[in-house]
Design a protein around this ligand. Structure first.
Ligand SMILES: *Cc1c(COP(=O)(O)O)cnc(C)c1O
Length: 390
């Protein structure tokens, strides 16, 4: 059973009925967050209950929003390995580095977590057509779960995304529209179809349940570290769903009595070619401005504006974290380092987290002994153009 009780606006706090279909807060236009009866769950849902459960994200089903499990769609998403990266530690001269390898998810990225929940919930609501603007991985993940549910999937991607992202969606029976522009332009086009044909909009944080899928990364890190948390988490940030989700998960776990009050310092890494969150963090702003001329090899980070910007910035500040911009050259170099030391064919977004770690060590922000989790959020297999000149 699920302890899901209602939705609450992350900005104005207004409360909404869990049995209705929502996108953004109808009142203020900000993201809605799922809330649970944590007081009752604390008495009934002990962490011992996880023993022997399935090794995917559904092991935390009581803290997920799906009410009737018969609508569950699963491809084995989640419970990815948390690897102690000893060879990488020796290579860069720092101890206690862990890599959460999200490239091992279905459709080879952590987008599977969010879309698994979003499409399962859409399935529970009886939705037949779903639509998404995506820089790449989200589209493939949505297409996979929509195929599993027998839904029609509409995908809007920038026309310059690497071919494997496009082929994946086609193979999974989505209708693909290539857009001459960025993900924000894709969003505008997708919104037209939503309005005209009544398709359900599954955009990052405009749909309330993707974040619930991604928050399971926070539950997993705690469980895999024997109910402690690392000192630092470095997260390659586009729309920020995973970062906001993990921050939410830590709060839920504390209220469940599963962990204490200690939190990791949360770090956002972006590419210098598209760093709206870094700019807003440095300027101490509550919201980020739209980034003009976004350009980076890390497609998942090519997000010039995010509706959850204030939630990302809040988590960074509350945690005592920071935001770092690294160049595409640093990203590529670090992606190669992960490959040669740990045998992981990482996505450039994963490489970005190592580039940020190196930077933060060099300025003394992270010390020798502190434990750090790097997120390799996807697999290198979809970014073939990157390697053509090597
Ligand atoms: C989407 C994506 C990101 C960014 O994730 P957000 O939760 O939207 O910030 C990072 N890496 C990869 C590989 C992605 O596909």
């Amino acid at each position: 059973m699920s302890y899901f009780t209602h939705l609450e606006c992350g900005y104005c706090g207004k409360v909404y009925d869990k049995d209705k279909i929502w996108n953004l807060c109808p009142d203020c236009g900000k993201p809605l967050l799922a809330r649970y009866d944590l007081a009752t769950a604390k008495k009934e849902f002990t962490k011992e209950k996880l023993n022997g459960r399935e090794k995917n994200l559904w092991r935390y089903r009581e803290m997920l929003p799906l009410i009737d499990q018969k609508f569950r769609l699963s491809l084995g998403e989640g419970f990815t390995p948390l690897i102690r990266a000893e060879r990488l530690e020796n290579f860069i001269g720092k101890k206690n580095i862990f890599i959460k390898d999200e490239g091992l998810n279905p459709t080879t990225s952590f987008k599977a977590r969010g879309l698994c929940l979003a499409i399962s919930k859409a399935n529970e609501f009886g939705i037949k057509e779903v639509s998404i603007p995506s820089a790449g991985n989200a589209a493939g993940a949505m297409s996979a779960y929509a195929a599993l549910a027998g839904m029609k999937a509409f995908v809007f991607m920038p026309k310059d995304v690497p071919l494997p992202f496009i082929n994946e969606c086609k193979a999974l029976n989505a209708e693909v529209t290539l857009v001459d522009g960025l993900i924000t332009d894709c969003g505008k086009l997708a919104a037209e179809g939503v309005k005209k044909f009544g398709r359900f909009d599954v955009s990052t944080l405009k749909e309330p349940y993707r974040i619930e899928g991604k928050k399971t990364m926070g539950y997993e890190i705690a469980e895999q570290m024997n109910w402690t948390l690392p000192d630092v988490i470095i997260y390659p940030t586009g729309g920020g769903t995973g970062l906001i989700g993990m921050w939410k998960a830590f709060d839920e776990m504390e209220k469940l009595g599963w962990i204490g009050s200690k939190r990791p310092r949360m770090v956002t890494v972006q590419s210098a070619g598209c760093a709206p969150m870094v700019k807003a963090f440095e300027e101490k702003k509550e919201f980020a401005e739209m980034w003009n001329g976004a350009k980076t090899i890390a497609d998942g980070l090519r997000v010039p504006a995010a509706v959850g910007d204030f939630l990302i910035l809040r988590a960074l500040r509350e945690s005592g974290g920071t935001a770092v911009a690294v160049t595409d050259e640093e990203i590529f170099e670090s992606t190669k380092t992960i490959g040669r030391t740990e045998g992981i064919f990482a996505a450039p977004e994963g490489g970005a987290t190592l580039a940020a770690l190196k930077r933060l060590i060099s300025v003394g922000w992270i010390d020798e002994k502190e434990s750090v989790v790097l997120f390799n959020t996807g697999s290198g297999h979809k970014y073939m153009g990157l390697w053509s000149s090597e």
